[in-house]
Design a protein around this ligand. Structure first.
Ligand SMILES: *[C@@H]1O[C@H](CO)[C@@H](O)[C@H](O)[C@H]1NC(C)=O
Ligand SMILES: *[C@@H]1O[C@H](CO)[C@@H](O)[C@H](O)[C@H]1NC(C)=O
Ligand SMILES: *[C@@H]1O[C@H](CO)[C@@H](O)[C@H](O)[C@H]1NC(C)=O
Ligand SMILES: *[C@@H]1O[C@H](CO)[C@@H](O)[C@H](O)[C@H]1NC(C)=O
Length: 512
């Protein structure tokens, strides 16, 4: 029965949208209008042109990893969001694909917002939020689109599958759908009428008709006014709930960004639909990343069992320098997640990231006061010190007096970054045992810093120009390895040809 209903819906949807290749033509056109390359990354996911926002779906389908992201293809500003799309064989080399979702229908007039992607009956299925504003009132609904080739996505004919939020609050978005045993589960981010963030939980037997079951979790007052992009992933027998929260008050060096993404650990009981052993408060909610620009992470389980995460290198309400160049923001490297024995998440770039290394530019010991040149705009530095009992400092310097600093304090057991300017410092407790090991990824205008085994991570935008000089400071000698990293995101000429011949020309031939 389930499969039959599902197929009927699919056929109806296919009939409606089978001849709409506009998004492919738009994609082929875009290649002719390259954006200005200043500040553009070489190995982080960016759109061919336009604005990149939250990761919207992350899934493995037909031998490729697919990442979907919030996307506005016409300039570097946020507006009616599409779903941008890239795919990769190895999690580091990414190819641009045509936009998967373009806002067209009445229920998504002002955007197709982030949700989740999954595979069912060999179809790639997207769940997303339709966004409509009228008379200053926001209406958000939950919708489905399906693809058999990851290129043509058909919106379900009977969208929206959830038309109204259970308690009438307009902010109601980012469906995360997953399957457990014979049932489908959906979490949607929302808020109570008196502005406490919460998650609504739905269940379904066919993924199209949904029953509201309960409010799964909510803020008790200190956890913000709106929860977005909920995600859930089981790691080592525990369930990690990832939330993107608006409105937590800063507390020292915690929660300093405009919005924050963090996690709570518990155990989801599929009988009672309760999160057990999970306390919801700013004491138990830990930020995943301590840098200035990180939000709205998405996870997936790879075929080999690895738990993977990708996030947005961005913050809402922050202007970025490249926006005037026709694009904005990027996504993080793909990170592998683990839980340590205290229930804390460790995040580390997937091992495939070493495939980006094209040349070793430096491998030597440095004493405090010495410095070296960064060879290129996009590089990786691995820093090793044999003791954790001495301060370690590194500053990246350019122009006259501009710098980005990394500092480890042995006395106070913290590590911090300082990009200068207003609110430039971010800091997190970190207690390495015997040695200090840092991996630093600079990609033109972003930095990702991974400490130790991924206990602490920082992601921030920085805007160096000209050649960067790296100065070693602190109180001990450090071993530095510098790698040049290669370009790994771009168009694929075979895919472009295939799109042109197989989809567009065939379609045109048919029309004549
Ligand atoms: C919408 O809100 C703006 C700003 O609050 C206000 O200027 C405008 O008049 C409102 N429009 C409607 C149709 O209520
Ligand atoms: C969820 O709600 C539906 C509809 O009310 C109900 O049939 C189902 O049993 C509920 N699921 C659980 C696990 O309580
Ligand atoms: C630096 O430390 C990392 C992590 O322990 C290790 O993999 C790497 O080989 C070390 N590099 C050098 C040059 O010792
Ligand atoms: C090195 O970094 C630590 C941590 O940020 C800081 O406390 C210390 O003052 C820095 N030392 C120098 C010489 O900059």
């Amino acid at each position: 029965m389930e499969v039959v209903l599902w197929l009927i819906g699919l056929c109806l949807a296919s009939a409606e949208f089978a001849h709409d290749y506009a998004h492919i033509e738009a994609f082929l056109e875009q290649k002719k209008f390259p954006v200005r390359r200043k500040y553009r990354p070489m190995y982080h996911i960016v759109a061919p042109v336009g604005w990149v926002g939250y990761p919207a779906g992350f899934v493995f389908y037909k031998s490729l990893f697919h990442v979907f992201y919030q996307y506005h293809p016409y300039n570097g500003a946020w507006a009616a969001t599409h779903w941008g799309h890239v795919a990769s064989k190895n999690l580091v080399d990414w190819k641009h694909y045509p936009a998967a979702l373009v806002p067209k229908d009445y229920y998504e007039k002002h955007g197709c917002l982030a949700g989740s992607a999954l595979i069912h009956n060999r179809y790639l299925t997207l769940f997303y939020s339709g966004h409509v504003i009228s008379n200053n009132a926001t209406t958000q609904t939950q919708n489905v689109a399906i693809s058999a080739d990851a290129i043509m996505f058909r919106k379900y004919l009977y969208n929206p599958v959830i038309r109204t939020p259970p308690f009438g609050v307009g902010d109601f978005r980012n469906p995360k759908v997953w399957r457990y045993s014979q049932h489908w589960y959906m979490m949607v981010g929302s808020a109570t009428p008196d502005y406490h963030g919460k998650i609504e939980l739905y269940t379904s037997t066919d993924m199209f008709s949904w029953n509201f079951n309960k409010t799964l979790a909510h803020s008790f007052g200190d956890m913000g006014y709106m929860w977005e992009s909920p995600d859930i992933i089981d790691i080592d027998g525990l369930d990690v709930l990832i939330l993107s929260v608006q409105g937590i008050e800063p507390d020292g060096f915690r929660f300093r960004n405009s919005y924050q993404t963090g996690y709570l650990v518990g155990k989801f009981n599929y009988k009672s639909l309760e999160f057990e052993d999970m306390e919801i408060s700013t004491t138990t909610f830990h930020e995943l990343d301590h840098g200035h620009d990180f939000y709205a992470a998405k996870t997936m389980v790879a075929p080999d069992g690895r738990r993977l995460l990708i996030g947005w290198i961005g913050s809402m309400n922050v202007e970025v320098k490249e926006a005037k160049n026709g694009w904005a923001h990027m996504l993080t490297l793909v990170r592998e997640l683990q839980l340590d024995r205290y229930g804390a998440i460790r995040m580390y770039p997937v091992r495939e990231t070493t495939k980006l290394r094209s040349e070793i530019l430096e491998s030597a010991w440095y004493s405090p006061g010495e410095s070296f040149r960064a060879g290129y705009k996009s590089f990786e530095i691995q820093l090793n010190a044999t003791t954790a009992l001495r301060d370690i400092n590194l500053s990246f310097e350019w122009g006259v007096g501009n710098q980005f600093k990394i500092g480890y304090s042995a006395d106070h057991r913290y590590i911090g970054i300082d990009r200068g300017g207003h609110d430039g410092v971010r800091r997190a407790d970190w207690c390495p045992l015997e040695s200090v090991n840092l991996r630093i990824f600079i990609d033109s205008s972003s930095v990702e810093l991974y400490c130790g085994f991924g206990e602490v991570v920082f992601t921030s935008r920085i805007y160096p120009y000209g050649l960067v000089n790296v100065r070693v400071g602190g109180e001990t000698n450090v071993h530095i390895t510098q790698y040049k990293l290669r370009r790994s995101i771009g168009h694929d000429k075979f895919l472009l040809k295939e799109l042109k011949n197989h989809y567009v020309n065939k379609y045109k031939a048919k029309k004549v």
